[in-house]
Design a binder for this molecule. Structure first.
Ligand code: AMP
Length: 456
């Protein structure tokens, strides 16, 4: 069942109902338009499509043409043909029996580096991860005072649907449900909550609220961030303002959650700029280009194994084979390192790695230096075709409000800090970086925009 609806409580119930009935759930980003929906429906061939009433015209046309038998609507205001059809049905039912290895959901990857692939997740993948996180993040049982989660994330993505919803549901916790993130409204409700999960941009927006501080956070137990890198500056400012060290974790559609900074102080400190330790039961290793293990602290490709790792890409057996090593580890496509204490740091996606004049340049390293410079809010470093070097390094920088950093001065400052081949040949100062709905910088768009820069 493919579902593209605005976030609603009924939308969450629909997800749970699909699982209980033993069907397979396929959530779709609400931002997707005709060409994308055409691809997903054509590729997945769902029997049922559920969409917003206002999109029924074009979505149903695509679905019926692809052979979908039923198209229903579900709206934010509790209307729609799905609810009309459900109303006369009995309230009791028998959940279907499913095994751990049975397919539960297909999540199309966000595709910032190519055509989206449908990651097949099983009941076992999701249950094992939910149980691990319940323990690792110290969820409080309802008898023990209970936790209350502020749910602000979309429910078409692993973060909001699995990590947040499963976390609260498996623990029997209340959720304060926001259809959309609204920083002022969230700050008002914070005193009623104990747990918050967000992508880094949401933390930046909370910090922009004058009313956000220790008082608003007085009952909070835990702030969790993920889906994109949390800037160390945000981590530090948040700790100063709220008294809370944000717990950063790392995961992906194909694997649900992989690593987490520690929750309990006895397990170590929460270190900004890292994504913590592999979760219990998850194997994580860093390998070089030839598949050999990298020594501690060396950068390489991150590979993982565990009960949380997906079954493969829907109808792409070749692609699936390519993404697993001969000994069964999944190649995440992320590049990173493990330090001597076991903390994992993500340096970027392997596809974002820049090779200039034969040298590897890791964008995160240069972004780190740029972000520390006066007047810089954030940055993205990319490689674009260059006739001599293969790729030329280019920086795109966002200024802090009111600041006017000079591109030439930033480049000059970098020259004193890092090897010349890493120094961007061009630097653009812009108002904002292009991001998708999960807060990830769309470097593919930046590369496209600047591809002719060196006439390469
Ligand atoms: P998605 O499948 O849309 O959840 O995207 C997963 C990707 O997001 C990962 O492979 C990472 O590249 C990135 N990601 C997730 N969490 C983090 C994090 N805490 N820090 C840096 N990158 C992250």
């Amino acid at each position: 069942m493919a579902v593209q609806t605005e976030k609603s409580v009924e939308g969450l119930l629909l997800y749970l109902a699909v699982l209980r009935a033993g069907y397979v759930y396929l959530p779709l980003n609400t931002a997707y338009r005709a060409a994308e929906i055409d691809y997903f429906i054509g590729n997945a061939e769902p029997s049922v499509v559920v969409c917003s009433g206002r999109n029924f015209g074009w979505v149903s046309k695509i679905a019926f043409q692809a052979g979908t038998a039923h198209v229903f609507t579900l709206n934010e205001d509790r209307t729609g043909t799905l609810l009309d059809r459900a109303a006369p049905q009995p309230d009791t039912h028998q959940p279907a029996q499913k095994w751990a290895d049975d397919l539960a959901a297909i999540l199309y990857t966000s595709g910032t580096t190519g055509r989206s692939k449908g990651a097949m997740l099983t009941h076992g993948n999701m249950l094992s991860n939910a149980r691990t996180l319940k323990d690792y993040w110290g969820w409080r049982s309802p008898e023990d005072g209970g936790d209350v989660l502020i749910h602000v994330l979309p429910i078409f993505h692993v973060h909001g649907l699995f990590v947040a919803s499963h976390g609260a549901l498996i623990n029997g916790s209340k959720m304060i449900w926001f259809a959309k993130f609204d920083s002022a409204a969230v700050v008002k409700r914070l005193p009623e909550a104990t747990v918050f999960m967000g992508v880094p941009t949401l933390y930046v927006r909370l910090l922009g609220e004058a009313g956000f501080g220790r008082e608003a956070c007085r009952n909070m137990r835990l702030f969790i961030a993920g889906s994109a890198p949390l800037l160390i500056e945000t981590f530090n400012e948040f700790r100063e303002r709220s008294g809370h060290a944000i717990l950063e974790r790392y995961g992906m559609s194909e694997t649900v959650m992989l690593t987490s900074n520690p929750y309990h102080a006895k397990d170590g400190e929460r270190r900004g700029g890292t994504v913590g330790f592999p979760l219990p039961g998850v194997g994580l290793r860093v390998s070089d280009d030839k598949g050999a293990p990298c020594p501690t602290g060396e950068i390489g490709g991150i590979e993982v194994k565990g009960p949380n790792v997906f079954k493969g890409y829907w109808r792409m057996p070749e692609k699936t084979k390519e993404e697993f090593t001969a000994d069964g580890w999944f190649k995440t496509g992320d590049v990173g390192k493990i330090d001597e204490r076991g903390y994992v740091t993500i340096v970027g996606r392997s596809k974002d790695l820049i090779i200039t004049g034969g040298y590897n340049v890791y964008p995160a390293e240069i972004e780190g230096y740029l972000n520390e410079m006066d007047g810089v809010a954030e940055s993205a470093v990319i490689g674009v075709p260059h006739p001599d070097f293969g790729e030329g390094v280019v920086a795109v920088v966002v200024a802090k409000p009111g600041a006017k950093p000079e591109a030439a001065a930033l480049i000059a400052a970098l020259k004193g800090k890092i090897a010349n081949f890493k120094v961007p040949k061009h630097c653009f100062v812009v108002d904002a970086l292009p991001r998708n709905t999960m807060g990830k910088v769309q470097k593919n768009l930046l590369r496209e925009q600047h591809k002719g820069l060196f006439g390469g």
